[in-house]
Design a protein around this ligand. Structure first.
Ligand code: SAM
Ligand code: SF4
Length: 349
């Protein structure tokens, strides 16, 4: 099939697409923040994300090449109004071409903000090269400072590598370094305070993320989730928290000043205080599928279209159409809610 054979996009004229404009959906939201998963593989096995035995990895042929990633990110930025690009995975540091991909993204015009979400294993080695490539910021996932619990949670004894990676990111000027933590009942639910004190001491910005039903083994239950309220209660026992009045915009984290500030702590309460109404995200998976939501049950295949010869205009139109269909919310509380078939590691968190 050639690009001329690609099906005409099925859009009503009133939708204002195809042809021009940004990534607008039918509920008035515009996506300007692109999450790009660079691989579905990972060197950890965080229980809320991946089973201990790993998953069936994407075949290499189905993964976008570095050039294909750069082309799609370019279309997003230069034609569709993407202003922020975050590389994630799986574990993005496992992607051999990462530094070149970051370089390509930071060379775009208008220059997007480019960041990385990582477990930080190997970051100590590559942080200076990432900074030199223009990377603006980094988010490191760290759920506990206790070595045994780290092993229990992630099935690997790598806490020291993560801590070294964090320090290297700070050293390389990839600041503010943010730390993401997910708490699990009965595992690391007593770690909120040690994590906050560690981040205050090192100048890292801590954000807790409520666990979402995106685990590969579909074991999530709302009743066993550590909620934003639980976390606030724990932190308030030792620190004075006051709501940060700075405009939140579409940022998913609610923030509190710690002991009067300037340090803050954030909570991304995706489940109990959903922020779908202001969502500005769009997602590209490692195999070239556009997802308009973490919880989307449908994807739009840009990889096949691209490999069959679609032009940049045609790819941009497909992306616009995929965005139009974005649902108003994730529906986790809806009795008919169905967890997406891909787990978080294969979508890109
Ligand atoms: N491997 C990298 C890392 O861990 O930072 C990037 C990918 S990971 C999927 C991105 C983020 O998603 C991490 O901060 C992780 O804690 C979070 N995450 C994974 N599964 C989750 C879940 N079920 N609920 C909430 N957050 C989750
Ligand atoms: Fe790997 Fe990140 Fe998932 Fe942990 S959360 S298993 S580090 S992809």
């Amino acid at each position: 099939m050639t690009s001329a054979d690609l099906p005409e996009p099925q859009v009503r004229p009133s939708d204002g697409v195809p042809g021009s404009g940004g990534l607008v959906d039918r509920h008035g939201r515009t996506a300007t923040d692109l999450r790009v998963s660079l691989t579905d593989r990972c060197n950890l096995r965080c229980t809320y994300c991946m089973p201990p035995e790993g998953l069936q990895w994407l075949p290499k042929a189905e993964q976008l090449t570095d050039d294909e990633v750069a082309r799609l990110v370019g279309i997003g930025v230069e034609r569709l109004g993407i202003r922020e690009v975050r590389f994630t995975g799986g574990e993005p540091l496992l992607r051999p071409g990462l530094v070149g991909i970051v370089e390509a993204a930071t060379a775009l015009s208008p220059r997007p903000e480019v960041s990385l979400t990582t477990n930080a294993i190997g970051l100590a080695r590559v942080a200076p090269a990432l900074a030199a490539a223009g990377l603006d910021r980094i988010n490191v996932s760290l759920d506990t400072l206790d070595r045994e619990r780290f092993k229990q949670l992630a099935y690997r004894d790598r806490l020291d590598d993560v801590l070294a990676g964090l320090a290297a990111a700070q050293e390389a000027g990839l600041t503010p370094v943010k730390v993401n933590a997910v708490l699990l009942h009965g595992v690391n639910d007593s770690d909120a305070l040690p994590l906050l004190d560690f981040c205050l001491e090192h100048g890292y910005q801590l954000r807790f993320i409520e666990q979402m039903p995106l685990d590969a083994h579909h074991a999530w239950t709302r009743g066993r989730m550590v909620t934003a309220e639980d976390i606030l209660e724990q932190l308030s026992a030792a620190h004075e928290l006051t709501p940060d009045t700075e405009e939140r915009g579409s940022a998913p984290a609610e923030r509190w000043l710690v002991d009067g500030g300037p340090a803050t702590v954030g909570i991304i309460a995706s489940v109990t205080r959903s922020f779908c109404g202001t969502c500005d995200r769009t997602r590209l998976t490692a195999d070239g599928q556009i997802r308009n939501c973490l919880f989307a049950r449908e994807e739009s295949d840009l990889r096949t279209a691209m490999r069959e010869g679609a032009t940049d205009d045609e790819l941009a139109d497909r992306w616009r159409i995929a965005t139009l269909a974005k649902l108003p919310g994730h529906g986790i509380d809806d009795p008919s809610f169905l967890q997406p078939s891909r787990p978080m590691s294969a979508i890109g968190g």
